[in-house]
Design a protein around this ligand. Structure first.
Ligand code: SF4
Ligand code: FES
Length: 370
């Protein structure tokens, strides 16, 4: 289970997986509501909860939520951008029962990292936080989302994660929906970059074997077949948004026109088993051709629903990343800025005013694309 405790965040990453229409603080589930959700999740059979956002440490009741997750028997992973943490707060969270910390970095280069997250001195603060995590004896995963503007630094990112004492490094290429789709031209790497990065990641995996495990999530825009996204829609994962909507995928709210039930209206178990959104793409029966008659359908499950919607406007279409999709040209025909060019300026994540509403202070992603 992914618990998106808030959309508030001191960073503004241009690839955040939170929806364009972010939830406000006043809409967020309260402490007791989250405690109840954790209890329901455990009863449903959930074993792990990822405490995320936005930036989960923006919530002043995080210690209570960690304690509640622990009391419910859920292994909990704090996914954080780090910059709001102090050593005292981290120690308090550990005392409350944090099992694991996942810290995002935007790049190995401090200047570029702060530019990508649009957060002054953010990188330096993250390095300090990583030191405290290790001093306190908590297991540490470093997470880096990579794209055109940092993909050439993978070797340095690996070295940084090792220096920080990470047990695990996750390097994930940007997925293009929501904010990342808005910034596609600035984020999409060239094929040469992708091939070079893949080779570097492979060598690094060998070099650090037994010392630090490295997961490298390949960019499927350059693949012939799509990824088995979410290991199947409504199969083994759900996310709860800051205002309590339950999603089969953390990015599912980018699929406009799809209704998702809330824990404020229905029990979690009812939503998991009965909600129309969860059942819409469960299993294989929903598949159109060419997936329906394809020998790979049980392996990739027709790819990513969010990506299919982002590219075609139809979440039920074959993922256009697949070379068998009749819309594959939507992926291969995309113009990418030439090698060496940064592409257009980022459109940073921020709260967008509702019609007639005020714009609260800007906030952004930290741990958005996890
Ligand atoms: Fe996968 Fe569908 Fe493509 Fe076959 S046609 S490889 S099932 S996405
Ligand atoms: Fe939502 Fe793939 S990211 S189904």
């Amino acid at each position: 289970m992914l618990a998106e405790l808030t959309h508030r965040c001191p960073l503004q990453c241009p690839y955040c997986s939170n929806p364009i229409a972010l939830s406000r603080r006043s809409e967020e589930l309260g402490t007791e509501e989250w405690v109840d959700v954790f209890g329901q999740a455990a009863a449903l059979g959930v074993l792990q909860v990822h405490l995320s956002g936005g930036e989960p440490t923006a919530r002043s009741d995080l210690e209570d939520l960690v304690a509640a997750a622990r009391a419910a028997g859920l292994y909990n992973n704090l996914i954080t951008a780090g910059v709001l943490l102090t050593r005292e707060r981290l120690a308090a969270l550990q005392a409350a029962g944090v099992d694991h910390v996942q810290l995002s970095v935007q790049d190995s280069d401090p200047v570029n990292a702060d530019r990508i997250g649009n957060c002054r001195d953010g990188h330096a603060r993250k390095l300090e936080v990583a030191g405290w995590v290790r001093e306190l004896g908590l297991p540490l995963t470093v997470n880096a989302v990579v794209h055109r503007q940092n993909l050439d630094h993978i070797e340095e990112i690996v070295a940084l994660a090792h220096r920080l004492g990470a047990h695990r490094l996750e390097i994930a290429n940007v997925q293009y929906y929501g904010w990342a789709l808005e910034n596609l031209s600035a984020l999409m790497p060239t094929r040469e970059q992708v091939e070079r990065a893949g080779a570097v990641a492979e060598r690094a995996r060998e070099r650090y074997r037994g010392r630090m495990s490295i997961d490298y999530v390949v960019p499927d825009y350059f693949a012939r077949r799509p990824k088995r996204c979410m290991d199947g829609w409504g199969s083994r994962f759900f996310a709860v948004t800051p205002r309590g909507r339950v999603l089969p995928c953390h990015a599912a709210e980018t699929i406009t026109g799809m209704a998702f039930s809330s824990v404020r209206e229905r029990p979690l178990a009812w939503i998991w088993h009965n909600d129309a959104a969860f059942n819409r793409f469960r299993g294989l029966d929903w598949m159109p051709e060419p997936c329906r008659g394809c020998e790979h359908r049980e392996r990739d499950l027709g790819g990513c629903r969010c990506q299919a919607f982002a590219l075609t406007g139809d979440a039920g279409a074959t993922d256009p990343v697949c070379e068998r999709s009749p819309l594959h040209h939507l992926v291969t025909g995309r113009a990418v800025p030439p090698p060496g060019a940064d592409g257009p300026a980022f459109r940073y994540r921020r709260f967008v005013a509702a019609p007639g509403g005020a714009v609260p202070g800007t906030t952004g992603a930290g741990s958005g694309q996890h």
